[in-house]
Design a binder for this molecule. Structure first.
Ligand code: PMP
Length: 288
């Protein structure tokens, strides 16, 4: 049996799971999504992902045609049908089919899609040796443009930043906000460690409020590590003791070099390693 994909109440074989070329998700990137993971058959923080999905939808005036409880069931049913235990889940709601104009009122039926697949893990080496990243010239969309908190289907801003990173031969990019402060990476939040404290850009720096970020902040609290959410400058990143990224796919990944400046001693630091270990314990012990 091949992989089954949920589309608007039906399950389709991967090759048959399709949406219309008139869907505004395709025409305009008009829609919202979530990237979720399951560990040992348990979905990590499903409640939080569902909440963020509905908040993203609310902000763009997209009415999701399923209640949150029903959406959770779609996720767990799709996982179960595909007999996946450690999986990556992509949940999407598109504006649906409409005319070739921007009017959302011409799109009466938003589409709900749930894709579950085996997770493509980051190379081991990323965790053992840490990442080299650069700051790119593409700025993160600001609070005054498209809300950075909305996980919309319009990822072109992040894609442009990722292209810059790849062109420079590194896997991730640090994106600054319109004020030149550090916002986040193309698919991950960023943290630094300084004098034993964890520092991460606050929501007003123009970030997506990561579920992994929130979990790491909680874990730091449990470990007695102080956490500051505030404006972060590039200078602070360059001179930090440690740096790491957080995200559903990446979990907690060390950064050892930023714009050709080694971070700390150029190796993954002890706070990063502790938080990665604690995070990996958390995902296995906690489930939706
Ligand atoms: N920032 C951006 C822009 C992202 O796309 C993601 C991945 N969803 C994150 C941060 C990390 O969020 P999460 O921990 O919820 O995966």
């Amino acid at each position: 049996m091949g992989l089954k994909v949920y589309v608007d109440g039906e399950y389709y074989e991967k090759a048959d799971a399709k949406i219309s070329v008139f869907d505004h998700g395709l025409l305009y990137g008009d829609g919202v999504f979530e990237g979720i993971r399951s560990y040992g058959g348990k979905v990590f923080r499903l409640e939080e992902h569902i909440k963020r999905l509905y908040n993203s939808a609310k902000a763009i005036m997209l009415k999701i045609p399923v209640a949150p409880e029903g959406m959770k069931k779609i996720v767990t049913d799709t996982l179960a049908l595909n007999e996946l235990s450690d999986a990556y889940i992509r949940l999407l709601v598109t504006r649906g089919c409409g005319t070739l104009g921007l009017d959302i009122n011409k799109c009466p039926s938003p589409s709900v899609i749930c894709i579950t697949d085996s997770i493509a893990l980051y190379p081991r080496e990323f965790y053992e040796n840490g990442l080299k990243v650069i700051t790119v010239s593409t700025r993160r969309i600001g609070l005054g443009t498209l809300f950075p908190q909305v996980k919309s289907l319009n990822y072109l801003n992040n894609i442009l930043a990722k292209i810059e990173a790849m062109n420079a031969g590194v896997p991730e990019a640090i994106m600054l906000n319109a004020n030149g402060a550090v916002a986040e990476c193309t698919g991950d939040n960023i943290f630094i460690v300084k004098a034993g404290a964890l520092i991460t850009p606050d929501v007003n720096s123009g970030i997506l409020e990561g579920i992994t970020r929130a979990a790491v902040i909680e874990l730091a609290g449990r470990e007695g590590i102080p956490v500051e959410e505030r404006t972060v400058s590039r200078y602070e990143v360059f001179t930090a003791d440690e740096c790491f990224l957080t995200g559903t796919a990446a979990e907690v990944v060390p950064v050892v070099n930023v714009d050709c400046r080694p971070i700390g001693d150029g190796k993954p630091g002890p706070v990063t390693r502790t938080l990665l270990k604690k995070f990996q314990e958390l995902v296995r012990t906690e489930g939706a």
